[in-house]
Design a binder for this molecule. Structure first.
Ligand SMILES: [Fe+2]
Length: 201
């Protein structure tokens, strides 16, 4: 009986440790192309969905100093909530690379992502960020105010991040597109749990 309890305690510890890891199921980005600029268009004009323009800025861990030369690999689901062209999860189809400008700014033009089919997960955009001496890292996903899948806990926790809150208000522009902005804060160590390829070191 005692052994059984010990085994159970051990299993609980292992499961807790695994679930504490950051999103290992997410794919790593491909190598960045040459001449990445601070803005990217992730979708063609024919892509179904509402146009969404995200203006972003990347800051050092101090939350005050903007950082130039940071690579950002952004990706999101299509309007139906699928990442891949074959309506499976990965690899993502709507993707793009930007590199922050001298003020740490970037812009991506995409569509408002759909929510994962048959799951209660808020719509979101992923950002993988690294460069300028900072290691590869998964930023927390950006989500959108008003999404009915956001729980009160998610909203409360997000407010604590202040200007780095990631549940973003969305406005409609006179250009017919939706607009939002986001601030991302770098961390000093990678949160990728495995060995990184050379191009991400
Ligand atoms: Fe996702």
């Amino acid at each position: 009986m005692r052994n059984t309890i010990l085994v159970m305690v051990g299993l609980v510890a292992i499961v807790s440790a695994l679930s504490a890891q950051s999103t290992p199921q997410h794919p790593l980005p491909p190598p960045p192309p040459e001449n990445v600029t601070s803005s990217a268009i992730l979708v063609s004009d024919k892509e179904p969905g509402k146009r969404l323009i995200v203006e972003g800025r990347v800051f050092a861990p101090d939350g005050k100093t903007s950082v130039a030369g940071i690579y950002i690999y952004a990706y999101n689901t299509d309007a139906e909530g699928y990442y891949s062209a074959t309506k499976t999860f990965y690899p993502p189809r709507i993707t793009g690379y930007v590199k922050t400008d001298k003020d740490g700014r970037f812009q991506i033009r995409t569509i408002m992502p759909g929510r994962y089919p048959e799951m209660h997960v808020p719509a979101h955009i992923h950002f993988n960020i690294w460069g300028a001496g900072y290691p590869f890292q998964y930023a927390e996903e950006m989500r959108f105010e008003g999404d009915s899948y956001l729980t009160p806990e998610m909203i409360e926790n997000d407010k604590k991040a202040g200007e780095f809150a990631l549940i973003r208000p969305v406005t409609s522009g006179s250009d017919g597109a939706l607009h939002c902005n986001v601030n991302l804060k770098l961390i000093t160590r990678t949160n990728f749990p495995g060995e990184l390829p050379d191009y991400l070191k």
